[in-house]
Design a protein. Structure first.
Length: 357
């Protein structure tokens, strides 16, 4: 059954019937009731595609995920995708996953896919996950006047970019105060290779706060994987003045690092403390269970979707750019138990990361 059938049976124009079903205020209330009653009687179901064309929107949001075979194996990204999907289903929107690389390779299929989505308006807006420093996609989307929200980095230094990130300051203070109180003075910060936006601002905060707590920190980088964490940790432990605490900026790397410590003569939580950013069930059931910094990912991504839809519909919502983190205390960190003969000076190296993996 079609709009034309309803119009003919009620003696109305197709336009009037269409506007009545769409809820336009220029249609009399009595007429609107007659049209809706007739539509229910004959079991009329609006054509979704036609309705979207009429509105000039797709009712779909693109969620841009890192390209590659391990794109969504990370627990943080998985939570973000599932949270976005759940919120979009609640507001009757479709979700379209778009793998995309932060490297602007004009020949790359991921770059072409993203550009087509924007230039052909295949989606109404984009949620951009896991951005990097100097990420080509951000200025491209901004110049295109295409609605988008960056998830995972607050972008306080770029107010024209809507970013939903975390408040690292309080938690960095808590992490360093905890490790210092346990007697740790040599701390390694293990970051993933790739110049991720979330890591840069966090490193700057660690550099500032470490001085106040009298600890030396070394930045090391490794492949963003369990094996990357294992490999770089093994290299750190081989140093004569090895760190007595390691803070991993990714939980996958923390699991690999814990394995490297366990394979050595050292005991995790005693000789070497481990703290991970990003919590997931694997950390809880590791041996020992890993102390972790937890972000409210589900709440953050739901808010990000609401902000994006508000921008699309011209009903802006003030974004919450920085969300609080929680330090979940477990057994992988604790008072330092030094090895016999252990000592030496640990050289601070925030400027030149030790490559690993």
């Amino acid at each position: 059954m079609s709009l034309r059938y309803i119009a003919a049976s009620l003696g109305l124009s197709v336009t009037t019937v269409s506007r009545a079903l769409a809820g336009y205020s220029d249609v009399a209330e009595e007429t609107r009731k007659r049209v809706k009653a007739e539509a229910e009687r004959i079991g009329y179901v609006p054509n979704a595609i036609a309705r979207r064309l009429q509105k000039g929107r797709t009712d779909a949001i693109g969620v841009v995920v890192p390209a590659g075979p391990d794109a969504i194996s990370d627990a943080y990204l998985y939570k973000a995708i599932i949270g976005a999907w759940g919120r979009l289903s609640e507001v009757d929107r479709d979700v379209v996953l778009l793998p995309s690389s932060a490297e602007d390779d004009a020949r790359g299929s991921e770059a072409r896919m993203l550009r087509r989505a924007v230039e052909e308006r295949r989606v109404d807006g984009l949620l951009l996950l896991r951005t990097r420093n100097d990420d080509w996609r951000i200025p491209y989307l901004h110049a295109s006047s295409f609605p988008f929200v960056v998830f995972g980095a607050s972008h306080d230094d770029a107010p024209e970019v809507t970013g939903i990130g975390v408040d690292d300051g309080t938690t960095v203070e808590e992490v360093l105060a905890r490790l210092a109180a346990f007697g740790h003075r040599r701390i390694a910060l293990t970051i993933p290779e790739g110049d991720f936006a979330f890591a840069a601002s966090r490193l700057a905060i660690y550099a500032d706060i470490a001085v106040r707590h009298g600890v030396d920190v070394r930045v090391v980088s490794a492949v963003y994987s369990e094996d990357g964490g294992r490999s770089i940790t093994a290299k750190l432990l081989a140093m004569p003045d090895h760190p007595t605490a390691i803070v991993f900026f990714a939980n996958r790397m923390a699991l690999g690092g814990l394995k490297a410590i366990s394979d050595s003569i050292l005991v995790p939580g005693r000789h070497v403390s481990v703290i991970s950013y990003g919590d997931n069930p694997n950390l809880l059931y590791a041996s020992p269970p890993v102390t972790a910094v937890r972000a409210p990912v589900e709440d953050m991504v739901r808010h990000a979707i609401d902000v994006l839809i508000g921008e699309i519909e011209g009903k802006p919502i003030e974004p919450i750019r920085r969300w609080p983190l929680t330090l979940v205390r477990r057994q992988s960190d604790g008072p330092l138990v030094p090895r016999p003969g252990e000592g030496g000076h640990f050289v601070s190296s925030l400027e030149t990361p030790l490559e690993g993996g």
